[in-house]
Write a protein that binds this ligand. Sequence first.
Ligand code: HEM
Length: 144
Amino acid sequence: MAWVVPAVQTVHILAVAAVITSALMINLQLLGVGGRERAVASTTNRFVSYLWWSLPVLLATGVTLIIGEPARVLKSPVFLLKMGLLIAAVSVMLVCRTPLQGGKAFWDLNGRRRWAVRCIAAASLTLWVAIIFAGRWIAYVQDA
Ligand code: HEM
């Protein structure tokens, strides 16, 4: 059964790829990278479902990896940091998406809101990259 952990890690990494690709496509466009300004709603709608659907896959594979080596992961302070960053990243995505329920043009209405959504995009990108770093760092930081 030596193939189980590498197989689960592979699925975890593939789901990470889906999350970070969606986060990059959404946030780089919100930051105006890639030229033409697009409406926030159409930008997020195009990619957000890939991100949302990848999270349950990450949770299932992540929990499987924890069951495989509980002490190693749960004793790592970096794992707690990673989960905290994940809650923050999902909250930031909801801060961006929720106002759109009330009106698709919410963030496009004026320059001030456009500036605000750029700050949200920068924060979101930083958080997702930090989660990936923390995910890799878990293996290197063990509580004594
Ligand atoms: C949803 C809850 C999640 C749980 C419970 C979870 C749990 C885990 C666990 C237990 C490991 C193995 C650590 C080790 O033994 O070294 C891991 C690795 C990793 N995780 Fe997660 N994770 C989750 C979400 C995420 C997310 C959202 C990302 C990034 C967007 C991510 C990125 C990574 C990376 C890059 C690794 C290292 C993979 C490797 O080198 O094999 N994880 N995760």
